[in-house]
Design a protein. Structure first.
Length: 186
């Protein structure tokens, strides 16, 4: 598993929403890549890098939603309103850079934002609690989204694997990162 940035080196220094979003985006990207690797290590097959980035995009979108939910009680509304769009822009920029390498020129960042916006409404209707994190329906939505990004061979089983293993693992790791980067009462 890649090393995650779980806290600021100079903790007393105030951070802007954009700085926090930048740090969170790198961590979400790493967690999404780790989830993809875990899927491939379990025998789920991806055809190429483009398909791998489709899977990473689904985990990244899930990550943005979790950050939004987790920060509702940690940040004032106006700070959260700066953080979440900035986080989405940072992740879209990462997607753009990576897609350029494997898919060539295109509006990859805009496509990522469209996917995020489309999934946001669905995720918002799912249960989440401060104590337990994402509910089954939220994990199920991620599982279905990842299954839709994978090849036909694995679609039958991948959603169950994501629900049972990868979604909870991703959410737990992201919560640890958030505790260090966005402490309660910020």
């Amino acid at each position: 598993m890649p090393r995650l940035s779980r806290h600021w080196n100079q903790r007393e220094t105030p951070r802007s929403a954009d700085q926090t979003a930048s740090a969170l985006s790198v961590n979400i990207w790493r967690l999404a890549g780790d989830a993809l690797l875990a899927l491939e290590n379990e025998g789920f097959e991806t055809a190429d890098w483009s398909q791998r980035l489709d899977v990473i995009a689904q985990f990244a979108i899930f990550g943005v939603h979790l950050v939004d939910r987790e920060t509702q009680s940690r940040l004032p509304d106006e700070e959260r309103a700066r953080l979440i769009p900035s986080l989405a822009r940072h992740l879209a920029a990462l997607m753009q850079d990576n897609r350029l390498e494997c898919d060539g020129p295109g509006e990859h960042a805009a496509h990522f934002i469209e996917l995020l916006d489309a999934q946001a409404e669905t995720y918002a209707s799912c249960q989440w609690s401060e104590e337990e994190g994402p509910g089954f329906a939220l994990c199920r939505e991620l599982g279905d989204a990842v299954a839709g990004s994978m090849g036909e061979k694995d679609q039958e089983w991948i959603a169950t694997y994501v629900i049972d293993r990868e979604a909870p693992k991703f959410a737990t790791a992201l919560r640890r990162v958030l505790r260090g980067l966005v402490p309660s009462g910020s």
